[in-house]
Design a binder for this molecule. Sequence first.
Ligand SMILES: Nc1nc2c(ncn2[C@@H]2O[C@H](COP(=O)(O)OP(=O)(O)OP(=O)(O)O)[C@@H](O)[C@H]2O)c(=O)[nH]1
Ligand SMILES: [Zn+2]
Length: 205
Amino acid sequence: MEHTFNGDQSGYQRIDRFDKDSTEKIGEHYAGILELLGEDIHREGLVKTPMRVAKAMQFLLQGYEQDPEAMLRAAMFKEDYRQMVIVKDIEIYSLCEHHMLPFIGKAHVGYIPNGYITGLSKIARVVDAFARRLQVQERLTSQIKECIQKTLNPLGVAVVIEAQHLCMQMRGVQKQHSITTTSDFTGAFERVATREEFIRLISSK
Ligand SMILES: Nc1nc2c(ncn2[C@@H]2O[C@H](COP(=O)(O)OP(=O)(O)OP(=O)(O)O)[C@@H](O)[C@H]2O)c(=O)[nH]1
Ligand SMILES: [Zn+2]
């Protein structure tokens, strides 16, 4: 499928316009779905809905068009700092691949540099690039970890994600307060003391 994005070399693209053909094709499918669900697609409020949904879904799934490794490389700086760097409470809005319903929460990312640091915002951009795809929380966690490990080659990476899955709240088992936590670590974070320091720092308010 062809997308029209305003890209640049930093690996992320600003989506503020959508390929007309793709949007129309996706919109036609949503119009069909609405009809099958018993809606009158000609009533005023719904006339533009298929196109709106088509744009919204392209926005929510724009991660496929992004290059998270390039995002990190775009702001890699030589630096001797070899202590933990943590960016915590990064909001996550993703879609579960089973129901295409949102899962929403926070990511906490830490790494210990090994000659290079990266721009702090790039960590959040990497999280978004993987979150804006059809996901499961486990894979999202590991992809963020692997991307940072591969690109920055730090002494270790730690990723913890806490999220609520709307597919478990609005439907199905309907548990309104359950929170799923996933974590993945490399290198220095495999040592209990280092991992505990990370957990303590992300837990402090
Ligand atoms: N491991 C994992 N499971 C997820 C995630 N998001 C949604 N799920 C689960 O995916 C499973 C899909 O199970 P199925 O039995 O195929 O689907 P279902 O009949 O709709 O299941 P229920 O949600 O139990 O009604 C459910 O247990 C969801 O809770 C995720 O990020 N990770
Ligand atoms: Zn789901």
